[in-house]
Write a protein that binds this ligand. Structure first.
Ligand SMILES: [Zn+2]
Length: 375
């Protein structure tokens, strides 16, 4: 009984607090309806509510995600399937319409549509893509390529050579300079790394080099996909946020659009390996923290965090908080090695964040982003 009263009192005080906060925040929002200048869009591939819940339960410190002052729920289906893949999922974000699984930057009828990144670049914004997979993988590719199959690395790599991307950081270098191995397209011996350099792209091999770099810059972090955190990838994802922002701001005063993917949260789900998922999620959350830190200081930046879908059908049927093994088998269960159709959370922080509450389709992300940017 005592416990119930304590819980009741707690809820009342929480309600009172959030009421005050809301009033304050609403006042701030009403005071400033000018467009957002910069957007940092972080995608935790395969990061559903159960993954985030588990990460919260197994950490002493709150996640950075928990600082998000506005939260929404997103439906993730693709044009033909209730369960999306990452290509259709990220394409919904990048072009604002649903497409079929596997498609990159095309609408449901296979027609190419300009992506948000391409539109903003044409409008004078600087743009960046960072991933812990190949930079040619489905999610990052959906912002600069237009192909029917996500497996078509042959064409996706070619698209990046000419894409209006000021900065990219991720794996996949082999798709640029070992093209005779490709299974799609017409495998060739072109060296796109060299072709990019000939076009003036500076390729760097450490984050420190970003400070002096100008123009278009690329950093290949692996030939194929980078390793997992467990296998020693290190923390280039969170560490890249600040220097990337500095770089993008140096390029133009107009504003920047930076897309960051925690690619391997999804792969932990496919492997039904909770330790894999959690280590990738913590790494991603550090990147979220770095983005929020900038947004807080800047005051003109929106930080948006979501997933393209949930992976693994993770459930948390019993508590294992007291266990020495936070990922003990009793504490979690997977229901599939694939993706699921469950809604995923959307976390928004900073300027324009209030526009992201509610329940909506994945395509709404594109339209909401355009709206907060004043487009
Ligand atoms: Zn997946």
């Amino acid at each position: 009984m005592k416990k119930i009263i304590a819980v009741l009192l707690l809820s009342v005080s929480v309600m009172a607090c959030s009421g005050d906060d809301e009033q304050k925040t609403t006042a701030n929002v009403n005071a400033d309806q000018t467009p957002v200048k910069n957007v940092i869009f972080l995608i935790g591939d395969g990061m559903g509510l159960a993954q985030v819940s588990k990460a919260m339960q197994t950490r002493d410190e709150p996640l950075n995600l928990e600082k998000a002052n506005y939260v929404g729920l997103m439906k993730t289906s693709s044009s033909k399937e209730v369960i999306t893949d990452s290509a259709a999922g990220a394409t919904a974000f990048s072009i604002g319409v649903k497409t079929f699984n596997g498609a990159i930057g095309l609408d449901g009828n296979g027609r190419s549509k300009k992506t948000l990144l391409e539109m903003l670049a044409a409008d004078g914004y600087s743009t960046g893509l960072i991933a812990t997979s190949g930079i040619t993988h489905a999610t990052p590719a959906s912002f600069y390529a237009h192909v029917e199959s996500r497996e078509d690395y042959y064409s996706i790599a070619q698209a990046l050579v000419n894409a209006p991307v000021n900065l990219f950081i991720g794996g996949g270098e082999d798709h640029f300079d070992k093209r005779s191995n490709e299974k799609r397209g017409k495998p060739d011996d072109r060296n796109l790394v060299k072709e990019m350099e000939d076009k003036g792209v500076t390729l760097i091999n450490n984050l420190g080099a970003l400070e002096k770099a100008t123009g278009r810059v690329g950093y290949f972090t692996a030939g194929q996909h980078p390793e997992s955190v467990i296998k020693g990838r290190g923390d280039y994802l969170p560490k890249s946020i600040k220097p990337s922002i500095d770089f993008l701001q140096k390029e133009t005063k107009k504003g920047f659009f930076l897309v960051v993917e925690g690619s391997q949260i999804d792969w932990g789900g496919h492997a039904n390996d909770l330790n894999y998922t959690m280590t990738e999620l913590y790494d991603f959350d550090k990147a979220v923290g770095a983005a929020m830190k900038f947004a807080e200081k800047d005051g003109n930046t929106l930080v948006l965090i979501t997933a393209d879908h949930e992976t693994g059908g993770l459930t948390l049927p019993t508590s294992d908080i007291e266990s020495d093994e936070p990922y003990s088998e009793a504490g979690h269960a997977y229901s599939t090695i694939g993706h699921t159709s469950a809604m995923v959370p959307v976390y928004a922080y900073g300027k324009g964040a209030e526009k992201f509450t509610g329940v909506y389709e994945n395509t709404a992300i594109y339209h909401k982003l355009l709206s907060v940017l004043g487009k």
